[in-house]
Ligand binder design. Structure first.
Ligand code: ADP
Ligand code: MG
Length: 250
Protein backbone atom coordinates (compact mmCIF):
# COMPACT_ATOMS: atom_id res chain seq x y z
CA UNK A 1 0.00 0.00 0.00
CA UNK A 2 1.18 3.51 -0.74
CA UNK A 3 0.51 6.42 1.60
CA UNK A 4 -2.68 7.33 -0.26
CA UNK A 5 -3.96 3.77 0.03
CA UNK A 6 -3.39 2.71 -3.58
CA UNK A 7 -2.07 -0.70 -4.47
CA UNK A 8 1.51 -1.15 -5.46
CA UNK A 9 2.65 -3.97 -7.67
CA UNK A 10 4.89 -6.63 -6.18
CA UNK A 11 5.63 -9.63 -8.35
CA UNK A 12 4.65 -9.18 -11.99
CA UNK A 13 5.24 -10.94 -15.30
CA UNK A 14 4.88 -9.98 -18.94
CA UNK A 15 4.41 -12.70 -21.56
CA UNK A 16 6.03 -15.34 -19.37
CA UNK A 17 6.38 -18.58 -21.31
CA UNK A 18 7.73 -22.04 -20.53
CA UNK A 19 7.19 -25.19 -22.57
CA UNK A 20 8.19 -28.77 -21.90
CA UNK A 21 8.44 -30.47 -25.28
CA UNK A 22 5.09 -29.71 -26.85
CA UNK A 23 3.38 -28.77 -23.57
CA UNK A 24 2.88 -25.03 -23.10
CA UNK A 25 2.97 -25.11 -19.29
CA UNK A 26 3.08 -21.31 -18.96
CA UNK A 27 1.85 -19.64 -22.10
CA UNK A 28 2.48 -15.91 -22.40
CA UNK A 29 1.28 -15.11 -18.88
CA UNK A 30 1.04 -11.41 -18.02
CA UNK A 31 -0.02 -10.95 -14.43
CA UNK A 32 0.58 -8.59 -11.52
CA UNK A 33 0.24 -9.35 -7.82
CA UNK A 34 -0.42 -6.74 -5.16
CA UNK A 35 2.29 -5.85 -2.70
CA UNK A 36 1.19 -6.05 0.93
CA UNK A 37 -1.81 -8.28 0.15
CA UNK A 38 -2.73 -11.93 0.27
CA UNK A 39 -2.85 -12.95 -3.40
CA UNK A 40 -4.05 -16.35 -4.58
CA UNK A 41 -3.26 -18.15 -7.81
CA UNK A 42 -5.82 -20.85 -8.57
CA UNK A 43 -6.65 -23.01 -11.56
CA UNK A 44 -7.26 -26.60 -12.62
CA UNK A 45 -4.53 -29.23 -12.27
CA UNK A 46 -1.92 -28.81 -14.96
CA UNK A 47 -2.79 -25.15 -15.61
CA UNK A 48 0.82 -24.10 -15.00
CA UNK A 49 0.76 -22.72 -11.45
CA UNK A 50 3.79 -24.61 -10.17
CA UNK A 51 5.73 -23.94 -13.38
CA UNK A 52 4.88 -20.25 -12.97
CA UNK A 53 6.27 -20.36 -9.41
CA UNK A 54 9.39 -22.16 -10.65
CA UNK A 55 9.98 -19.56 -13.37
CA UNK A 56 9.64 -16.52 -11.12
CA UNK A 57 11.77 -17.98 -8.31
CA UNK A 58 14.64 -18.96 -10.61
CA UNK A 59 14.21 -22.73 -10.29
CA UNK A 60 13.75 -22.95 -14.05
CA UNK A 61 14.46 -20.40 -16.78
CA UNK A 62 11.48 -19.18 -18.81
CA UNK A 63 11.69 -19.55 -22.60
CA UNK A 64 10.36 -16.02 -23.12
CA UNK A 65 8.85 -13.09 -21.32
CA UNK A 66 9.95 -11.30 -18.18
CA UNK A 67 9.39 -11.23 -14.44
CA UNK A 68 9.89 -8.31 -12.09
CA UNK A 69 9.62 -7.71 -8.41
CA UNK A 70 8.73 -4.24 -7.17
CA UNK A 71 9.85 -2.82 -10.47
CA UNK A 72 13.20 -4.63 -10.59
CA UNK A 73 13.85 -7.22 -13.30
CA UNK A 74 14.33 -10.73 -11.89
CA UNK A 75 13.97 -12.71 -15.13
CA UNK A 76 16.16 -15.81 -15.15
CA UNK A 77 18.08 -14.79 -12.00
CA UNK A 78 19.47 -17.50 -9.74
CA UNK A 79 17.22 -18.64 -6.85
CA UNK A 80 19.47 -17.19 -4.14
CA UNK A 81 19.46 -13.79 -5.86
CA UNK A 82 15.68 -13.80 -6.04
CA UNK A 83 15.56 -14.83 -2.38
CA UNK A 84 17.85 -11.90 -1.58
CA UNK A 85 15.45 -9.57 -3.42
CA UNK A 86 12.88 -10.50 -0.75
CA UNK A 87 10.95 -13.50 -2.08
CA UNK A 88 10.71 -16.78 -0.15
CA UNK A 89 8.83 -19.87 -1.24
CA UNK A 90 7.61 -23.28 -0.19
CA UNK A 91 7.22 -26.31 -2.43
CA UNK A 92 4.14 -28.30 -3.43
CA UNK A 93 5.89 -31.42 -2.20
CA UNK A 94 7.60 -30.41 1.01
CA UNK A 95 11.34 -29.78 0.73
CA UNK A 96 12.94 -30.74 3.97
CA UNK A 97 15.82 -33.00 4.93
CA UNK A 98 14.09 -36.08 6.43
CA UNK A 99 17.02 -37.33 8.51
CA UNK A 100 17.91 -33.96 9.99
CA UNK A 101 16.17 -32.75 13.12
CA UNK A 102 13.59 -29.99 12.99
CA UNK A 103 16.11 -27.49 14.37
CA UNK A 104 18.82 -28.56 11.91
CA UNK A 105 16.36 -28.13 9.06
CA UNK A 106 15.76 -24.56 10.22
CA UNK A 107 19.47 -23.78 10.24
CA UNK A 108 20.05 -25.01 6.69
CA UNK A 109 16.94 -23.44 5.25
CA UNK A 110 18.35 -19.98 4.62
CA UNK A 111 18.89 -19.66 0.90
CA UNK A 112 22.55 -19.60 -0.06
CA UNK A 113 24.24 -20.78 -3.22
CA UNK A 114 25.54 -23.94 -1.49
CA UNK A 115 24.67 -26.08 1.47
CA UNK A 116 28.17 -25.47 2.83
CA UNK A 117 27.64 -21.71 2.83
CA UNK A 118 24.35 -22.18 4.69
CA UNK A 119 25.91 -24.36 7.39
CA UNK A 120 28.84 -21.97 7.79
CA UNK A 121 26.64 -18.90 8.12
CA UNK A 122 24.33 -20.60 10.62
CA UNK A 123 27.11 -20.40 13.21
CA UNK A 124 27.18 -16.60 13.07
CA UNK A 125 24.06 -14.51 13.15
CA UNK A 126 22.12 -15.69 16.22
CA UNK A 127 20.28 -18.02 13.86
CA UNK A 128 19.64 -20.56 16.60
CA UNK A 129 17.59 -18.11 18.63
CA UNK A 130 15.62 -17.01 15.60
CA UNK A 131 15.01 -20.63 14.56
CA UNK A 132 13.53 -21.41 17.97
CA UNK A 133 11.33 -18.30 17.94
CA UNK A 134 9.93 -19.25 14.54
CA UNK A 135 9.35 -22.88 15.52
CA UNK A 136 7.37 -21.57 18.49
CA UNK A 137 5.43 -19.27 16.23
CA UNK A 138 4.29 -22.13 13.98
CA UNK A 139 3.68 -24.32 17.04
CA UNK A 140 6.28 -27.08 16.63
CA UNK A 141 9.03 -25.90 18.99
CA UNK A 142 8.45 -28.95 21.21
CA UNK A 143 9.65 -31.06 18.26
CA UNK A 144 13.00 -29.34 17.67
CA UNK A 145 15.05 -32.51 18.27
CA UNK A 146 12.72 -34.79 16.32
CA UNK A 147 13.88 -36.01 12.92
CA UNK A 148 11.82 -34.31 10.24
CA UNK A 149 10.74 -37.66 8.77
CA UNK A 150 8.88 -38.41 12.01
CA UNK A 151 6.64 -35.33 11.72
CA UNK A 152 3.12 -35.57 10.30
CA UNK A 153 2.76 -34.13 6.81
CA UNK A 154 1.05 -31.03 8.23
CA UNK A 155 3.87 -30.53 10.73
CA UNK A 156 6.37 -30.83 7.87
CA UNK A 157 4.49 -28.06 6.04
CA UNK A 158 4.70 -25.91 9.18
CA UNK A 159 8.44 -26.63 9.39
CA UNK A 160 8.84 -25.62 5.78
CA UNK A 161 6.95 -22.36 6.41
CA UNK A 162 9.11 -21.63 9.46
CA UNK A 163 12.18 -22.34 7.32
CA UNK A 164 10.98 -19.88 4.67
CA UNK A 165 10.62 -17.26 7.42
CA UNK A 166 14.27 -17.71 8.47
CA UNK A 167 15.33 -15.53 5.54
CA UNK A 168 12.83 -12.83 6.63
CA UNK A 169 11.22 -12.54 3.17
CA UNK A 170 8.84 -9.67 2.51
CA UNK A 171 6.95 -11.81 -0.01
CA UNK A 172 6.11 -15.45 0.64
CA UNK A 173 5.01 -17.84 -2.08
CA UNK A 174 3.27 -21.00 -0.89
CA UNK A 175 2.50 -23.87 -3.29
CA UNK A 176 -0.51 -25.79 -1.94
CA UNK A 177 0.10 -25.19 1.78
CA UNK A 178 -3.09 -27.06 2.72
CA UNK A 179 -2.63 -30.03 0.36
CA UNK A 180 -2.68 -33.29 2.35
CA UNK A 181 -2.85 -31.41 5.66
CA UNK A 182 -5.43 -32.22 8.37
CA UNK A 183 -8.14 -29.60 9.08
CA UNK A 184 -6.72 -28.43 12.43
CA UNK A 185 -3.34 -27.65 10.87
CA UNK A 186 -5.01 -26.04 7.83
CA UNK A 187 -6.63 -23.59 10.28
CA UNK A 188 -3.26 -22.94 11.90
CA UNK A 189 -1.63 -22.26 8.52
CA UNK A 190 -4.51 -19.88 7.69
CA UNK A 191 -4.08 -17.94 10.93
CA UNK A 192 -0.33 -17.73 10.38
CA UNK A 193 -0.86 -16.28 6.91
CA UNK A 194 -3.28 -13.73 8.36
CA UNK A 195 -1.00 -12.61 11.16
CA UNK A 196 2.12 -12.52 8.98
CA UNK A 197 0.21 -10.44 6.44
CA UNK A 198 -0.99 -8.07 9.18
CA UNK A 199 2.71 -7.56 10.01
CA UNK A 200 3.33 -6.48 6.43
CA UNK A 201 4.30 -9.64 4.57
CA UNK A 202 2.89 -10.18 1.11
CA UNK A 203 1.58 -13.62 0.14
CA UNK A 204 1.14 -15.42 -3.14
CA UNK A 205 -0.62 -18.71 -2.52
CA UNK A 206 -1.41 -21.55 -4.89
CA UNK A 207 -4.15 -23.61 -3.29
CA UNK A 208 -7.00 -25.97 -4.20
CA UNK A 209 -8.83 -25.63 -0.89
CA UNK A 210 -11.41 -23.04 -1.96
CA UNK A 211 -12.59 -22.30 1.59
CA UNK A 212 -9.05 -21.35 2.47
CA UNK A 213 -8.48 -19.34 -0.72
CA UNK A 214 -11.73 -17.42 -0.48
CA UNK A 215 -11.45 -16.64 3.23
CA UNK A 216 -7.79 -15.54 3.15
CA UNK A 217 -7.30 -13.74 -0.13
CA UNK A 218 -7.61 -10.09 -1.07
CA UNK A 219 -6.97 -10.79 -4.72
CA UNK A 220 -7.41 -13.97 -6.77
CA UNK A 221 -5.89 -14.74 -10.17
CA UNK A 222 -7.29 -17.71 -12.09
CA UNK A 223 -5.04 -19.66 -14.45
CA UNK A 224 -6.15 -21.90 -17.25
CA UNK A 225 -3.79 -23.45 -19.78
CA UNK A 226 -0.80 -21.45 -18.66
CA UNK A 227 -2.22 -17.97 -18.48
CA UNK A 228 -4.63 -15.84 -16.46
CA UNK A 229 -8.27 -15.98 -17.57
CA UNK A 230 -9.84 -13.96 -14.73
CA UNK A 231 -8.92 -12.02 -11.63
CA UNK A 232 -10.51 -9.99 -8.89
CA UNK A 233 -11.82 -10.30 -5.36
CA UNK A 234 -12.88 -13.77 -4.17
CA UNK A 235 -16.53 -12.81 -4.83
CA UNK A 236 -15.78 -11.58 -8.31
CA UNK A 237 -13.92 -14.69 -9.45
CA UNK A 238 -16.42 -17.09 -7.88
CA UNK A 239 -19.16 -15.54 -9.99
CA UNK A 240 -17.13 -15.29 -13.19
CA UNK A 241 -18.47 -17.59 -15.94
CA UNK A 242 -14.96 -18.06 -17.37
CA UNK A 243 -13.84 -19.52 -14.06
CA UNK A 244 -16.76 -21.94 -13.88
CA UNK A 245 -16.02 -23.00 -17.42
CA UNK A 246 -12.33 -23.63 -16.70
CA UNK A 247 -13.10 -25.71 -13.63
CA UNK A 248 -16.25 -27.48 -14.68
CA UNK A 249 -16.03 -27.39 -18.46
CA UNK A 250 -19.58 -25.95 -18.63
N1 ADP B 1 9.39 -30.84 -15.62
C1 ADP B 1 8.37 -31.05 -16.46
N2 ADP B 1 8.53 -31.80 -17.57
C2 ADP B 1 7.51 -31.99 -18.44
N3 ADP B 1 6.27 -31.49 -18.28
C3 ADP B 1 6.05 -30.74 -17.19
C4 ADP B 1 7.08 -30.48 -16.22
N4 ADP B 1 6.56 -29.68 -15.24
C5 ADP B 1 5.27 -29.46 -15.58
N5 ADP B 1 4.96 -30.08 -16.74
C6 ADP B 1 3.67 -30.05 -17.45
O1 ADP B 1 3.29 -28.69 -17.54
C7 ADP B 1 1.89 -28.52 -17.29
C8 ADP B 1 1.70 -27.58 -16.10
O2 ADP B 1 2.12 -28.26 -14.91
P1 ADP B 1 2.17 -27.54 -13.50
O3 ADP B 1 2.90 -26.27 -13.64
O4 ADP B 1 2.71 -28.52 -12.54
O5 ADP B 1 0.62 -27.24 -13.23
P2 ADP B 1 -0.18 -27.00 -11.86
O6 ADP B 1 0.81 -26.66 -10.79
O7 ADP B 1 -1.13 -25.89 -12.19
O8 ADP B 1 -0.92 -28.27 -11.57
C9 ADP B 1 1.33 -29.93 -17.08
O9 ADP B 1 0.85 -30.38 -18.32
C10 ADP B 1 2.55 -30.71 -16.65
O10 ADP B 1 2.42 -32.07 -16.97
MG1 MG C 1 1.21 -27.53 -8.92
Amino acid sequence: MTANGEDTIGLATVGLTKSFGGVHAVDGASVAFHHGKVNALIGPNGSGKTTFFNCVTGMIKPDAGSASYRGRDITGKAPHRIARAGIGRSFQLCRIFPRMTVLENMLVSVHSPTLFARLASARHHGDMERARELLARVGIDHLENTEARDLSYGQQKLLELAGVLMADPETIMLDEPAGGVNPALIDRIGSLVRSLNAEGRTFLIVEHNMDMVMSLSDHVVVFDRGRPIAEGTPDEVQNDPRVLEAYLGV
